[in-house]
Structure formats: C-alpha cells, structure tokens
Design a protein. Structure first.
Length: 361
C-alpha cells in the first residue's frame, strides 16, 4: 500500500551532475550515513561504488560494518567513531576520522598494541562549527611533532556551518581562512602532505574555487542541494506513495483524529492513509502543515498524525477508495514538504522508518 521507490537512474544522473562540477582530479566521498539518508545504504552504496565514488562515508562504526558485511570493499570513512568501537573499526578496515586529542591517543594505543603501522586515518579540524574537531593548533602540532605515530593521514578536512548561505558570508570566510592557514602550515611542515577538503553538497555549488582535493557529497546525490537554483538540475531519487484505505463524509462540527485535532467547518470528505509517525511522517506535519498530492492537487493533512495512519481533507478533489496519493516524488519535492512543517529534507528522509517497503528501480 505504502511504498518508497528509489530510482537508481536518478542517482546516476545526480552523481554525474556533481562530478561535472568538479575538476577531473578532485575525488568524491559519497556520504551514505543514516541508511543513505533513509533510502537504503546497501543498494545505494553499491551503486555509488559502481559509479566510481572514491570513498564511502558513514557516521558510526556499526554503519561501516553493515556495508562490509554487504560485501563492499571500497575505502569507508567513519565521521564520528566512538572510543568503544575502535577495535571493531580496525577489524573491519574502516578509516576513522580522528577529532580530538584523546581519540588520537586511544587509537594509536590500540594500533601499537596490535603492532599495526600506517593505518589510514583522517583528521577533522574545527574551524568554527564547534561541533567536533581538533583545533587548528592541535592539527598543526600533530604534523610538526609527527614522528612515530602508527597513522597514515589520508586527508585533513573541516566542515562549514553555513555553506548554502549567500556569498559573501563573513562567518564562512572566517572558516575558510582558518582552514587555508592550516593547509599552508601542513604543506610547509611535510613533503608528503595529505589531501584537503572542506565542502559538502551546497559548498560544491557555492564555492567552486574551493573544491580542493576532495568533496563530501550526501544530500546532492539524493537530489537536493538546499537552494532552488542548485536543485534545478538534480532529480530527487525517492518517491513515497500510498493509497486511500477509507473515506468518511463528515458534517460540520465533526472531529477528525486524536485530541480534537480537526473540527470540520463545513461538510467535509476526509480520506484515511496507511502511513503515520512510525513511518517517519512526524506529528509536525499534522494540523494542516503538510500537504500530499491527490490526482495532482495539494491536499492538507488534517488533525494529528497518528502512529500508523493519517487523514487528509479531500473535499475538493473527487476520489475513491484505493486511489494513489503522493507524499513526495520528483515534482512534489520532499524539501518543500519538509519546509512547510518547519524542517529540512535531511530530517524527513533520514526519519523514513525501516517499516516502509523500499523498492529499487
Ligand atoms: C553529513 C556530512 C556531509 C554531507 O553533507 P551534505 O550536505 O548531505 O552533502 C559532509 N560532511 C560531513 C562531515 C557530514 O557529517
């Protein structure tokens, strides 16, 4: 009844479009964390490997292990490894991002115990997001005092906090300046510098002169880039459709759903859909915030979203039992739905629950 369809041809299109923005020497890290933004990491990761992604990236070690168990042997970066998973990370040949002096210390202790040398790692520099990362000074001293570390530093990177903001952006420029200073210092210290990178999807479009050696693209591969002019050549790869399971005719004053979330102001026809907050359509879409599409017409969600069901107002659109309803697709975009409910496509997509059946075409 309710089905999430993922179009791998569109994934190919988006991958090629992003590659076209890059110089031929710039590498791509394809970000497949959070179950490939909710769309199914195994199938999507395999497709991205076939398309030529240089690395895959996940957030946590367990996600990397799942990809290895699916038979993927491409380099996998782990953005946010936790101390207690470092041993497993080594067993599965995952590449950690080291983001604090204490995780550097612990990871080198573990490698030394196992007598492993030249283990591939990445260093994250905090340039102003203040989320996770070594300070510029800590990174520079890592290189100037680097002597017997068991690491082979593959890349050094930072992450912008407002890469989609209109240029010029003072905050972003400050982050860029800090990163370039780190890059220059490292290049002065070592004759074999690592690769450098700074940009996510929006950054690729907004800062073409800063693609550097590598870019990290997630949401763009799935068809979104956080601004209309960048969105227009990308194609959303996911379509979520459901069907009407029941229709009710209400009189003025009748209630719909829990907690008197909707009281009909006129004679109203409502349709019931088998999708709810347990599927990832959270309560923030309820009470008129979110619209779905019935025969091409926008129809509002009425009342509170329930766990397994929700109701839409179809008074103005002729319809019958089992008619299809589009939650989002290539034209009725997930980012627009999300925005009406005060959130972003990232949250809507990553919240799509495992209960939804996923079909790949
Ligand atoms: C998730 C993530 C990305 C991907 O960002 P998009 O906006 O989806 O392209 C890049 N870098 C880091 C560090 C991330 O955590």
């Amino acid at each position: 009844m309710t089905e999430l369809t993922i179009n791998l041809g569109h994934l190919h299109h988006n991958y090629a479009l992003i590659r076209q923005q890059l110089r031929s020497t710039t590498k791509m890290i394809a970000v497949v964390k959070a179950n490939a933004y909710g769309l199914g990491s195994e199938k999507i990761a395999k497709t991205l490997v076939e398309l030529g992604a240089d690395w895959l990236a996940v957030a946590y070690v367990s996600e990397g292990i799942a990809l290895r168990n699916a038979g993927i042997d491409t380099p996998i970066m782990v953005f946010y490894p936790q101390f207690e998973h470092l041993a497993q990370l080594i067993d599965y040949q995952l590449e950690p991002v080291l983001y604090s002096p204490s995780i550097i210390q612990e990871f080198s202790r573990q490698l030394n115990l196992k007598q492993v040398h030249d283990y591939p790692v990445h260093l994250k520099c905090n340039t102003g997001l203040n989320r996770i990362g070594l300070s510029p000074q800590e990174i520079i001293s890592f290189f100037s005092s680097k002597n017997d570390s068991p690491f082979c530093v593959q890349t050094v990177y930072s992450h912008l906090g407002a890469s989609e903001n209109k240029r010029p952006c003072t905050f972003t420029q400050q982050q860029i300046d800090r990163f370039l200073t780190v890059k220059t210092s490292i290049e002065e210290i070592t004759s074999t510098p690592p690769l450098f990178h700074l940009l996510n999807t929006s950054g690729v479009f907004n800062y073409p002169e800063l693609h550097m050696d590598v870019v990290r693209t997630g949401i763009g591969l799935y068809g979104f880039a956080n601004r209309a002019d960048w969105n227009k050549n990308l194609t959303p790869i996911a379509e979520l459709r459901t069907r009407i399971v029941q229709i009710h005719s209400l009189e003025k004053g009748d209630n719909v759903g829990y907690n008197l979330g909707f009281i009909a102001q006129r004679r109203t026809r409502i349709a019931v859909l088998p999708i709810g907050h347990a599927d990832g359509i959270t309560r923030q879409y309820g009470k008129g915030k979110g619209h779905f599409f019935l025969h091409g017409h926008a129809v509002p969600i009425v009342g509170q979203v329930c766990m397994d069901m929700l109701m839409i107002d179809v008074t103005d659109v002729p319809c019958q039992l089992h008619d299809p309803v589009v939650v989002f697709n290539t034209t009725h975009r997930a980012d627009a739905l999300a925005e009406n409910a005060g959130t972003i496509a990232y949250e809507l997509l990553t919240g799509l629950s495992p209960r939804l059946s996923r079909r790949y075409q």
